[in-house]
Design a binder for this molecule. Structure first.
Ligand SMILES: Cc1ncc(C[n+]2csc(CCOP(=O)(O)OP(=O)(O)O)c2C)c(N)n1
Ligand SMILES: [Mg+2]
Length: 771
């Protein structure tokens, strides 16, 4: 890389100031200039922006190439908007509407911001980790011939130092090391302050060791050029400086030159007399603010020197709120300048009143050309990348044969058949699992398609001819990414794979498997994946107390409720293999449909007798969330509503009761999530004049309003009990509300009232209470 000309460094410094001004002004405008409609504080983080403007100027106007992708620290969102404003890809209106409806979002959002945002951020730590998984996806795509070498880029995370407290960072670091990831930079805005206060000193240097031991290059940018020279000339001053605690240094930054002078004098006395004499208070404050993360020369040099593909951690020392009146103050996280302070900043920056939004306001004619040239030369995308959809042809998924099957076994079989079919869809599937590949029935698929590794790993057991059902060799052509047991990483992996169509222009069909209860481990990362509209299929199996002897620690209860409350994720809980095949076909389509979403399958290991079906009548309903397995007769007084693995109990109770209760119905629910969504959507539409009953209203209107419903699911009963609210029918909800335990199925179903008898009793109770 060419050494940047001195004029470029000067121009970068000017851009750094522009970003400082524009980000502070954007936040100020939203809080103090824009009319408030509701009296709520709008908020924003001027201090968190200020500590990052130099780093971001150096990156966006110098170091980033056209294929590089960045996850920006959430609280530096306004700086990213300011960059795009200068580039011409953000407009003033959106900035004026920062944190308003339809305006620039508080934290960078892929889906809601109009500027190109590579990765959404907000929940700290997740935006950092996804960059490592995306670099793995890039390696996967290159190895599979799905992208040109020349299109490869680097994955950059800009993070706050407190983000390093998030455990998910270290889980990702370990996984990244195992997969030997590359082309990843994590740049820490090391301002040594978090939200509440100044950070603990004891972690200093520990971060370096942790990252180095995982194969990362660690580049510490502690001093800017001027401060480095001054400290090197005065070894005692250097030792003094390096002995300050984080809190002491922050306080001194806040207090300014006079306090610095007094403190140096008190601590070093005559030894520092010459130094102090040579600097007035302003010069002292400026010198001690010359930390590495604010020194353009140091930043540019460090980025230019890191051009190989070794993952790198940059620890860039900064001052939180640098250049602002609350610089270094421990309470500055959500601090906002008042109008007087803002006017002073405007004056200091040479911005004329009424010209606050002028892009290059205050830049003198001499420098303007160089600044404009840098803006022009910036290689980052000005426009949102097109999302890639519609290229995947989904075949009809055949129903696995077998009179008795579990949904989990049927899932494995469907993938195996796909793997063998050689259909192009199979080539786009990437599976991944946190050490439960075999126990979630992905084994047969992996035997066909192999594990993925950039550097191949032989299957020693196979080579030694030791009998095993499972082939476990990894190659560049493999299609399964095996993860260690860290469910959070599974969701970050799915997020990265599920964004391949957006980030790399190549849609993949990611399928992740895990045990249903452990969804809870990765909930925030799951939400993060959905928030960015990553597309994937999550297969959670086994589930519920139907897991029997495995016991309560593995028996899930509430995931159907989680799924109901999770936008962007559709829950399917099939009972039979033919339902599963149909839903998987739908889920494949939804991954590749611009208006689609991700799907979550809640499966079971319980083998149940499959149905002899009337052809096809049930299919549409099953995809919409439910269908009548046995339609109710006219005026029926009751129906049994069953979901998933307990369907045999629902069927048996129906058989037992149907002669005594004329017209008794049996409703199979395949997705409470879809039924509920349809219901609320239809209600909202009624207010805009469109009167179409939702699917669930349509289903339940086959019964009179006076009828009773007995709902049963191997899950929290609230997943189905709401059905009574649709038409006002009474409900007796059966389900699991206490932790599970070990036992045989019949014992557990009896103990938790999920058996045929419980259903019969509940139906009787409903009928009796009707009169
Ligand atoms: C998972 C999560 N927990 C809590 C928060 C609230 N929060 C926002 S920023 C922050 C501290 C940020 O400190 P740091 O990462 O050092 O950033 P700085 O603003 O100092 O640059 C916290 C706790 C969050 N956004 N995400
Ligand atoms: Mg910080």
């Amino acid at each position: 890389m060419l050494k940047p000309a001195a004029t470029d460094i000067e121009a970068l410094k000017i851009l750094d100031e522009r970003l400082l001004w524009l980000s502070a002004w954007t936040i100020h405008h939203a809080n103090h200039v824009r009319q408030s409609r509701d009296g709520l504080k709008v908020g924003g983080h001027q201090a968190s922006c200020a500590s990052m403007t130099s780093i971001m100027a150096a990156l966006y106007f110098h170091a980033l190439g056209p294929n590089d992708r960045v996850a920006v620290k959430p609280h530096a969102g306004p700086v990213l908007h300011a960059i795009h404003y200068l580039l011409g890809s953000q407009d003033r209106e959106a900035l004026e509407n920062f944190r308003g409806l339809g305006g620039a979002q508080s934290y960078p959002s892929r889906t809601k911001d109009r500027i190109p945002v590579d990765f959404s951020t907000g929940s700290v730590g997740l935006g950092v980790a996804i960059t490592a998984f995306s670099s793995l996806v890039q390696d996967y795509l290159s190895a599979h011939g799905l992208m040109e070498e020349s299109d490869r880029g680097r994955f950059v995370a800009l993070l706050g130092d407190a983000e390093l407290d998030e455990g998910n960072i270290y889980e990702a670091l370990i996984e990244a090391y195992k997969h030997d990831i590359r082309n990843c930079w994590w740049i820490v805005d090391y301002n040594r302050q978090s939200l509440d206060a100044v950070s603990a000193d004891r972690m200093f240097e520990r971060f370096d060791e942790i990252f180095r031991s995982c194969g990362w290059r660690v580049v510490e940018l502690r001093y800017g050029k001027a401060l480095k020279a001054a400290l090197e000339a005065e070894p005692r001053l250097k030792a003094w400086f390096e002995n300050l605690t984080n809190a002491e240094l922050s306080a001194l930054h806040f207090q300014g030159g006079a306090a610095l002078r007094a403190r140096v004098d008190a601590d070093l006395g005559r030894a520092a007399a010459k130094f102090l004499k040579a600097h007035d208070d302003t010069a002292l404050a400026r010198l001690f603010a010359d930390l590495g993360g604010h020194c353009m020369e140091s930043l540019v040099e460090a980025f230019d020197a890191a051009q190989d593909d070794v993952p790198a951690l940059f620890i860039a020392w900064t001052i939180k709120g640098r250049g602002l009146p609350f610089a270094g103050h421990k309470d500055n996280h959500a601090g906002l300048m008042n109008p007087t302070q803002m006017a002073a900043l405007r004056e200091a920056m040479g911005v004329g009143e009424g010209h606050e939004w002028d892009k290059l306001e205050s830049i003198g004619d001499n420098a303007r050309g160089a600044v404009e040239a840098l803006i022009e030369r910036s290689q980052i995308a000005r426009d949102k990348r097109p999302r890639s959809f519609g290229g995947i042809d989904v075949p009809a998924i055949p129903v696995p044969a077998g009179e008795e099957q579990s949904t989990q076994a049927a899932f494995g079989r469907i993938l195996l058949d796909l793997a063998k079919s050689g259909h192009p869809l199979a080539d786009r599937i990437v599976t991944t699992s946190p050490d439960v590949t075999v126990s979630t029935n992905l084994g047969a698929w992996v035997n066909q398609r192999g594990l993925f590794r950039r550097s191949e790993i032989p299957d020693v057991f196979a080579r030694e001819k030791i009998a095993s059902a499972q082939k476990w060799s990894a190659t560049r052509n493999g299609q399964h990414i095996e993860l260690g047991i860290a469910e959070n990483n599974l969701f970050l992996m799915l997020a990265a794979l599920g964004l391949a169509g957006d980030v790399f222009g190549q849609r993949l069909v990611p399928i992740g498997t895990l045990y249903d209860p452990f969804i809870a481990r990765g909930l925030d990362a799951l939400n993060y994946a959905c928030y960015q509209d990553a597309r994937f299929i999550l297969v959670a199996t086994p589930s519920g107390i139907t897991l029997g002897p495995e016991g309560g620690a593995h028996q899930s209860i509430n995931p159907p409720l989680i799924a109901m409350g999770q936008p962007g994720l559709r829950h399917y809980e099939p009972a039979f293999a033919d339902e599963l095949a149909l839903m998987m076909e739908e889920a494949f389509r939804l991954v590749d449909d611009p208006a689609g979403e991700s799907s979550y399958f809640r499966l079971s290991t319980r083998a149940i007798r499959q149905l002899e079906r009337e052809p096809d009548g049930w299919r549409d309903g099953a995809l919409q969330g439910g269908y009548w397995l046995c339609a109710p007769g006219a005026g029926a007084e009751a129906a049994i509503v069953g979901m998933g693995a307990v369907m045999p109990e629902a069927l048996a109770a129906w058989e037992e009761l149907k002669d005594d209760i004329p017209g008794l119905g049996l409703l199979a629910v395949t997705s409470p999530d879809l039924l509920h969504r349809g219901w609320t959507e239809a209600q909202a539409k009624r207010w805009s004049g469109r009167r179409e009953p939702s699917h669930v209203e349509h289903l339940l209107s086959a019964l009179p309003p006076s009828a009773g419903l007995v709902t049963i699911a191997d899950a929290a009963p609230a997943a189905l009990s709401w059905l009574g609210g649709v038409l006002g029918q009474r409900v007796a909800p059966l389900g699991v509300e206490r932790f599970g335990q070990t036992g045989s199925l019949s014992e557990l179903y009896a103990a938790y009232r999920l058996d045929q008898q419980a259903i019969t009793e509940a139906v009787a109770e409903l009928l009796l209470s009707a009169y």
